[in-house]
Design a protein around this ligand. Sequence first.
Ligand SMILES: Nc1ncnc2c1ncn2[C@@H]1O[C@H](COP(=O)(O)OP(=O)(O)OP(=O)(O)O)[C@@H](O)[C@H]1O
Ligand SMILES: [Mg+2]
Length: 890
Amino acid sequence: MPASRWQTGLNDLLQWNDEEENELLSLIMPSMLSRFQKKDSNSSESDPSQMSTSAKYPDVLPILPLRGVVVYPQTAVPLTVGQPRSIKLVDEVVGADKLVGLVAAVNPELESPGPNDLYRVGTIAIVHRLLRAPDGTLRLLVQGMDRFRLGEFVAEEPYLKATIELAAESVEEGLEIDALARNARDQFQQITQMIPSFPEELAGSITSVEDPLQTAYTIANFQRMDIKDSQEILEIDSVAEKLKKLIGLLVREAEVLQLGQKIQNEARGEIEKVQREYFLREQMKAIQKELGEKDEQAVEAEDFRKKIEEAKMPAEAEKQARHELERLSRLPSAAAEYGVIRGYLDWLVSLPWSKGTEDNLDIGHAREILDKDHYGLQDVKERILEFLAIRKLRIDRKDEAKAPSEDKIRREREGVILCFVGPPGVGKTSLGQSIARAMDRKFVRASLGGVRDEAEIRGHRRTYIGSMPGRILQALRRIESRNPVFMLDEIDKLTFDFHGDPASALLEVLDPEQNTEFRDNYLEVAYDLSQVFFITTANTLETIPGPLRDRMEIIFLSGYTESEKIAIATGYLIPRQIRENSLRENEVTFTEDSLRKIIREYTREAGVRNLERKIGAVCRKVATRIAEGKLEDAKITPAVVEEYLDHPIFQATEELNQRTSMPGVVPGLAWTPYGGDVLFVEATSMPGGKGFQVTGSIGNVMNESARAALSFVRSRAKQLGLDADFFNKADIHLHIPSGAQPKDGPSAGVTIATSLVSLISGRKVKPKTGMTGEITLRGQVLPIGGVKEKILAAHRNGLRTIILPKRNKQDIDDVPDEIKKSMKFIFAETVDDVLDSALETNHKRSSPAEKRSTPRSGSADQSARSKQAPKKKNTSRKTKANGKDTARRR
Ligand SMILES: Nc1ncnc2c1ncn2[C@@H]1O[C@H](COP(=O)(O)OP(=O)(O)OP(=O)(O)O)[C@@H](O)[C@H]1O
Ligand SMILES: [Mg+2]
């Protein structure tokens, strides 16, 4: 291995031989080196530098190849030598004139370079100091003297020997060379300043060198560079060129260093910032600890951990909660995600996973409470009691059941889904509350009216900003029980649009096969809804989506009769209003007549909501008078009612009599989601021909009924004793008033036909007579629905004779006895039956034909005779009717 630079620190070098420290130092420190050389030359006459080339150095020198290092003239370099041939060389040189030719090998990797592996220019050097290391290698300090060019190799064994030729550099003079030298020194100084490990003393001594050549060599000696560049600097003859080359290298090095420093600074800046924050945080923790406070985030995490344990979630939810908590504690609290996770965890831990109430299954107690809260409603109450009874038995006989359930298809159902359908104010919602009370369960309700977004039921995914669970889970969290009575009001008023179908989400909630694993979008994990007692309410079944309707047990609540209302008022509403208005029980009493007056003349409803409101209004008046000291107690009679509640709003009988006092106006019975109702069908005619229009906010079905009725009447004109020519000369307008309320349904067929016949024949409808039924084109009467509600409404509105389709006869059974007793029912098979029973025989202004025969039995002859007569009369009546009608509307 060729000689290489001994990689050692300056201090090591200095300690190498501290006795001769000064000398050594002067060897290494360049400024002193020149002095040393000068002193050297002064002290001895036989100084080699004074000699001619041949005289100064021998012609042949041992050549020591160098590896990865170039030794320059006027520099001192520590070398290490390990190869036997090199050791031999050094040994012999040290024993003789100490001179050696140092030449760098072209390829530093070569193990023992031969003559052809060396550069052609080298440096003659004196071996100054020698140290044998314990491993047998040598450490030596050489001092470069002069440059030489290799001549011939004269020996290769035991080491290389060659003839040499001194090659002095060409040293320019003048400003430029000084400037170059100064520039090189400045550049080098800059570099040393950027290398903190570079000894300051050494740097100082290097930059104080003045001689341009020595400047070039000294700097090149200390500056790290490629062996190629180092050798080039040695080989260039001109000092100016040497310096230029060196300056180029230095500038580049300075740039590299600067860039490196910049990168380092930036990296350090970043690290420092993080460290700073870390330290500050740690400090804050320490301070908080000192003050007895805890790190907020840690406290929060700890809090959640405790809550997760307390919540007793099912495995899936608990796993998710712990996972999220883990994430939470790893995030800095300022992170946006932190808030999201915290919100989510908050939901998870506060849901009632295992919290619930124990059912009170005492049937007697339940019956007591149900009766105490509501009058009547026997069917519903029975159903509730059945549910409780079965539940009680199941729990009592738990031990008897061997396997949990043999039924693989259907799991054991815990919850029940009831659907109360009925007009407003009949007690659907309050019944739900009462059930909860009877069972000792908590009660919660959510309204589905106008819910059109699936997310309202099932929540939004957590990725949305501000997302939350749906209404179901929100309500459960609020009530803090997993088994409340949960009332979903207005299930018939769900709407659908592009946001998705809330009904299908509800299906998941209500379907007992699915709701043990209800998955809210926000919560992600399953929640068991099977313990919840769901009750939905609706005014009509029609708008409830089929699949949803299918999952529920439908219980109808119909409107109340007058006497039921009186009973409810006396037993429930009045005592409640007395309480709510801070009155004493004996301070106000209602006579039955007064209640009847309120029901008949101040309310017109299937339920009792307005009745309660009016009773409340009366109670307030009484309370005011008692508070003023004007009254001690009050007995409410019909007169007092009128005084307190102002003039009656409805006068059903009067209205009925007034409206039906002319031909063409017929009361029909209708079913609406708000209970039954009485609708007046009005027909009028005007000169024209064959025109027919129907108005009054009616739907398609009713429109078609009207057309069918007209066709029937026209086709039967002759048999009905009507003027066949009438239709050619008159336009008919059919109107079904009653405000903006949309009406539809087929059950107005008979009413419309009757109205048309009444108009054309001039026969008025009999007093207090109403009707309902569908008709075919050939005059058959078809059955209809909602009989009970319709009859209740008819009774409310003062009708006493009702014409019904024959096939609805059995529906009358549902009608309360008190009503049946006070009303007359006529069952019709054909329209002719209806007309017979509904229309008065026209005595006053009837034509001879009408007088003589009923339309039904009228022969062709009679009909023909009757043709002329009614025409005139009809026209006059029509005008009159119109006039009256308009006046009334105004
Ligand atoms: N049978 C009854 N006995 C005693 N009170 C009753 C009875 N039916 C209804 N009520 C009372 O009438 C009022 C209205 O009832 P509720 O609010 O339950 O009506 P609803 O059927 O839910 O109507 P909606 O369809 O408009 O929601 C309540 O104060 C309720 O207590
Ligand atoms: Mg309600």
